[in-house]
Every structure is written in C-alpha cells, then in structure tokens.
Design a protein around this ligand. Structure first.
Ligand code: FES
Length: 320
C-alpha cells in the first residue's frame, strides 16, 4: 500500500460519543459497496488540509458484513500532529476524504478454542468489528473493557445490548482494575488473548501471558504508535537526490511524501515493517519509536521506520 491507491469517500454521519471521541460514518462517493474486510482491520484516512496532507490509520468498527458504509472512531489527541484535530474540527457531513483499502494486522485466530478480548479506552474500536465476527458463532469469547470513567465508555450501550454476560467493564474512576494474572490463569487451554489500548495495559497483558507460559502465537496485540511530535530535522534522500525538512509536527513519512517520494506502508504506526528504510549515513541520533525492529536492530541505526521515527543531529541520509 502506498499513497497512490485510495477510494474517494464522503462523510455521511458524525456523532460525538464521548467528550473526546467522535464517530464517523463514511460512504463511497457515488454509492456502491466498499471493499470487504474482517474484524481487526484498519484503514488509512487521507486528510488534505490547506498546507499539508495527513494520513492516519483508524480501525474499522462497523460490522464486516455491512459494506455500504465504513465506521471509524477518532479520539481527539491534544499532543497531535494535526490529524485528529482535522477529523474533529474540519469535517462536516458531506466532507470528502480518501481512504486506503482495509488491511488486517490484528486478525482473530481461526483455530482458537476461545477468544479473550481485553480493551482499554479507544482500543475498543478494532474489537467492535471482531465481536461482529464472533457473535453468533460457536467459539466462546469474552470482553474485558477498561475506561477512565463512565462518560468515556464509548459504545457501551451497543456492547451491553449485544454481549450481555460476555462483557465486563472496569472504571478507573471507581478503582476497578482488571486482574490480569487471575483472568489469564483462568482460561482454558487453546484460548487466544487479544489486547488493544494504552501501552501500559498492552505490556501488562503480554508480559503476564508470557510469564504464565502462554505460547507466543496465542498472544495478539495492536499498538499503533501515533507518530510523535519533536524537533524539526533534515534528511537527504540519496536516490531521489532531494533534501527534505521534517517540521516539528509532521512525521518523516509525511515529509517524504510531501516531497513527492512514495514509500510503501500499511499501518503508519510502527507495527507492520512495510515502510522500513535503510539509513545510509547518520551524524546524530535516531529516535525509532516503532514496535517492529528489535533492540539490536535499533542499536545498529542502519534502518528506520519513517512512519514513526524521528532524528536529532546534523545529517541523516536515507536510501530513497
Ligand atoms: S507503515 Fe507500518 S511500520 Fe511504517
């Protein structure tokens, strides 16, 4: 996937569902079905602002069997490069957007004997579509959903109506916490665990499962990093013979795309590895921020994920 393959859509509905989250419904311009997807998929939304283009990944939360529209939810991020502000402040019903085709980096495992879903905050979104895939099926599942306070519990009415006894909600404001050790230890053999939400929660789930002897193939998480803001820096694209300045609030990938150079991507969140790029020269420091490279890879400083990486120093030369 790269910036060239997109679908023209328009916003057909917007709802403020918590103080920080808006729910958007998108339909193909001119009508017609959108591409099929499975629970856990995301799309990249292309937002063309006055001065720059934002491309942000958002999980599809609509039922995978309803393809006349897609639904996404966007949390307003205060420390943001501008994409969430664009979605919250600039979009109206009828606004035009482009989206990339859905990609699933967080699929349900087809041979699991039980699915254990653990969500924190906006991390509920990929699980809403996964639940649609699970609902009515023969494989048992349960959802544990942790939120700051009742007013931040997005989609709770829908979840309560659909999931009933399979749903357990935890409010931080009332001192309710998930007992990760007890929950994971109580699962039958063959269970797969899925988690999405704040980094601290994902790390707890993954570490607890690994510590409890769970097979790595049974532990699934989705942790897209929002590309961080940081100091401006410059890179030189050796094959394109272009110098590119990366402003404080733009990602390296966006800046490269803005210079007319295409880089393959799927997640734009430091997870998939598709944008991996060789570093040919470095006088300074790389700030990796991805979840794909190993610590040893990062220490070698000979490759980066431009969707989330930044740099400090005098010069970075990339093989682009
Ligand atoms: S696009 Fe997935 S790691 Fe950069």
């Amino acid at each position: 996937m790269s910036g060239g393959q997109t679908i023209a859509v328009e916003v057909t509905d917007i709802a403020q569902i918590t103080p920080l989250i808006k729910h958007f419904t998108l339909a193909r311009v001119g009508g017609g079905a959108l591409p099929a997807f499975s629970g856990g998929s995301h799309i990249v939304v292309v937002m063309r602002g006055d001065a720059r283009v934002h491309r942000n990944p958002y999980s599809l939360l609509s039922p995978p069997y309803e393809l006349d529209t897609y639904q996404i939810a966007v949390r307003r991020m205060e420390e943001s490069r501008g994409g969430s502000h664009f979605m919250h402040d600039r979009l109206r019903i009828g606004s035009a957007l482009e989206i990339a085709h859905p990609v699933n980096l967080f699929p349900l495992d087809k041979i699991a004997r039980k699915h254990l879903l653990i969500a924190g905050g906006i991390g509920i979104t990929p699980m809403l579509a996964q639940l649609e895939d699970l609902h009515g099926g023969a494989i048992p599942y349960e959802l544990h959903y942790s939120v700051r306070a009742p007013e931040h519990a997005a989609f709770l009415a829908r979840l309560r109506a659909r999931e009933g006894y399979r749903l357990r909600v935890y409010y931080d404001s009332e001192g309710e916490v998930i007992d990760f050790e007890g929950l994971l230890a109580a699962q039958p053999l063959g269970t797969h665990v899925y988690t999405c939400g704040p980094a601290g929660m994902i790390n707890r789930v993954v570490d607890t499962a690994r510590g409890g002897g769970w097979a790595g193939s049974h532990i699934h998480w989705e942790q897209f990093s929002a590309p961080p803001v940081g100091d401006a820096f410059e890179v030189y694209l050796a094959r394109s013979k272009k110098s590119v300045r990366v402003p404080a609030e733009q990602s390296l990938l966006e800046a490269i795309e803005g210079a007319g150079v295409e880089v393959p991507y799927l997640c734009r969140g430091g997870v998939c590895g598709f944008c991996q790029t060789r570093v040919l020269g470095l006088d300074g420091e790389l700030l990796h921020h991805d979840h794909f490279l190993s610590d040893a890879d990062k220490a070698r400083c000979d490759t980066i994920m431009p969707c989330v990486a930044r740099a400090r120093g005098k010069q970075v030369v990339l093989d682009l």
